[in-house]
Design a protein around this ligand. Structure first.
Ligand SMILES: [Zn+2]
Length: 141
């Protein structure tokens, strides 16, 4: 499941859960996604930023290369991340710290973090990548 931050063309923000991106596109195409506040079907994903963290230590040597690739390919990176990274949502910083200290299984995670959390991660020497998610046209399925 993927949670998207959605916004209607009247500016109402809400969250939608979908099986995957294709399910979102299908439902949007059929006009099945409506704003819970004003009921319009003109709804789009809000551009947002999330952070990801590679599983250490074996992956860390490739981190710089991985980061460069992810930042370069943009959209493909986001699709890749959605498929291959464990979404921990707001728990991102907490989970990254746990992995860093061996308290959680090393794995690729993604999620959202606050500026303060990012500073903590940086202070702890934890590498992460921030990817801005662009608003995308719906014809890319
Ligand atoms: Zn609305």
């Amino acid at each position: 499941m993927i949670a998207y931050d959605l916004q209607c063309n009247n500016g109402h923000a809400f969250e939608g859960w979908f099986e995957d991106r294709k399910a979102y596109l299908d439902q949007k195409k059929k006009g099945l996604i409506t704003c819970p506040i004003c009921n319009v079907t003109s709804v789009d994903i809000v551009p947002s930023t999330f952070a990801i963290k590679s599983a250490p230590p074996s992956a860390s040597k490739d981190f710089a290369a991985e980061k460069a690739v992810l930042e370069k390919i943009g959209q493909e990176a986001i699709d890749f991340v959605e498929k291959n990274f464990d979404n921990v949502g707001c728990e991102f910083a907490k989970e990254a710290l746990k992995i860093h200290y061996g308290a959680a299984e090393p794995r690729n995670i993604r999620g959202v973090s606050t500026k303060e959390e990012e500073k903590t991660l940086t202070d702890e020497g934890i590498q992460f990548i921030k990817i801005p998610i662009p608003a995308r046209p719906d014809t890319d399925s």
